[in-house]
Design a protein around this ligand. Sequence first.
Ligand code: PEP
Length: 259
Amino acid sequence: MRIPCAYANWKMHKTLPEALEFIYEFVPALFRDVKEGDVGVTIFPPAPYIWPIRQELGDDSPIFIGSQNIYTEKEGAFTGELSGNILRSAGASHILVGHSERRHKLDESNELVGRKLDRVIRDRLFPVLCVGELLRDREAGRTKEVVKEQLEAAWTGQEVTGGAIIAYEPVWAIGTGKNAEPRDAQEMCEYIRTWIAEYFTPETAASIRILYGGSVNPENISQYARLPDVDGALVGGASLDPGSFAAIAKAIAHSGGAR
Ligand code: PEP
């Protein structure tokens, strides 16, 4: 069973007081109309806010906190990096891996993304693997080829469970206001699910959650939330405002429930 999800990627935005203010407003706005279990919400704040937000939410909150990044090694002399154990002890359960800004602005290769995914799985955290094509790939008709290369490079023999999440995020749609056509998002999420069925098992493919990301907002989310292979959204810009992210999470929760 796949509970749909709404994930907020705050990137390098907000001060700590602004982040806590978001939580005060978002939690009541979300649970006014949504029951726990209707939608899985995870917030990926800047790393120093993981612990204060976790504290603010309390241990019994159904809202998860994630990290936007992880290092490949378990521990050691790696100044400035963050391990899975450090992130977990601060309250993170989910880790973004391979976000397009890290691939394309910070030069993370497919190979490095694979090593990070490996780390997340070994450390028993939930990976959110981001894949997606550049505009030039789409225009050249290479969308599926590029996404397949990213998937194959990331999963280098690790086990995968239904707890893993994949986000299909066409790079040209991220932060541009140019969201993908719903039929294209469905086609790619279905393609990814079929790949998972062939590479792993049909059972894994049926249980893994696949999200769409790229200029999602409260106005366009319902077009994606009802697609059969789209289990929710990874949201950047529109997740910075508590009212807007609550509206997105509610639309996902009310989209027909678990699949
Ligand atoms: C993202 O950062 O993953 C993202 C999808 O951003 P935006 O919603 O702003 O396009």
